[in-house]
Design a protein around this ligand. Sequence first.
Ligand SMILES: [Fe+2]
Length: 391
Amino acid sequence: MPIYHKLGKLPTKRHTQFEKPDGGLYYEELFGTVGFEGMSSLLYHLHRPTQVKQVGESKDITPKVAVDRNMKARKLIGFQVPPADDFLESRVPLLVNTDLIFGLAAPRKSLRDYFYKNADADELLFIHKGSGVLRTMLGNISFEYGDYLIIPRGMIYQIDFATEDNRLLYLESHHPIYTPKKYRNWFGQLLEHSPYCERDYKLPEQLETYNEKGDFLLKIKKQGYLHELMYGYHPFDVVGYDGYNYPWGFSIHNFEPITGRVHQPPPVHLTFETSAFVVCSFCPRLYDYHPKAVPAPYNHSNIDSDEVLYYVDGDFMSRNDIAQGHITLHPGGIPHGPHPGAMERSLGKTRTDELAVMVDTFRPLMLTEEALKLDDGKYYLSWLSKNEAIN
Ligand SMILES: [Fe+2]
């Protein structure tokens, strides 16, 4: 997505005859988004990519909503999501609306038995624990702790994990996930004030190309269902491609925080954006350096967005009783802010080592049945002073 990229072999001119060494032609495919207006790549297959042998079962995996009108601050204990062997079955959707699914997963096994494609949504995987290789039809990306992986819709992929101890945050976005417009010039290049640049991207490498005939199961997510289609050739049969539509990665550890003399607002942490939500990275950084600065954030009213924070690592100074893997949801419409004592505690502090991912959605989020199982049930009372607490 972010820059022009090519792998493998290509004909010198697009849409012309591209001959195989042993006769015949490679099969060209335009893999594009937003009709023919968005980003696209041109792929060259060994076989026609259309050879469906069988259409099997379709399974409804629509998240089960338990609370559709939420006006309560929540804390979810994310590491209570149980591990599961299968990559897709390990996914637990927690917060949803018509624009996205926000969930956690603790997959134990590499995905090797079938191939997967999300036809509904761009996917963002954030690697909290674990390492491995994202294997796609357009090349592989090695990942480790702290990586964001952006997988555009329609991408066929598998995933290898180095161990069984993995924790992921995942988003499924019905809107394309882009780098923030404010960081780009008119040509798309990231500007000098951007907290990251093109050099930080993890681009796909090592194109795996298989010339194999057989039965290849592809599970495709579309309209909340998982459909099973059997293909006659290995889905990784691309010999080359170029363009802008491909998976890519970016490490949160390469995000260079923007700091100031007084408290900087959350948009300085902006990392990715869509037309329906933003993703921000809160990274280790120096605190505000005005002599009278208050490093803890001020109370704020996110009047027209729901705010979700996923705590990754470090010390979360503005919050009491927060640990790794916790999620807080601050619903739009009511203010939130530092916990009792946090503002005072922050005075004189010079730096923070907090690491967190924030997702702000422009439409309210609904909680799933699984989310309620992780809910601590009392977070909404946590801003009361101890002697005011009612339980
Ligand atoms: Fe906030």
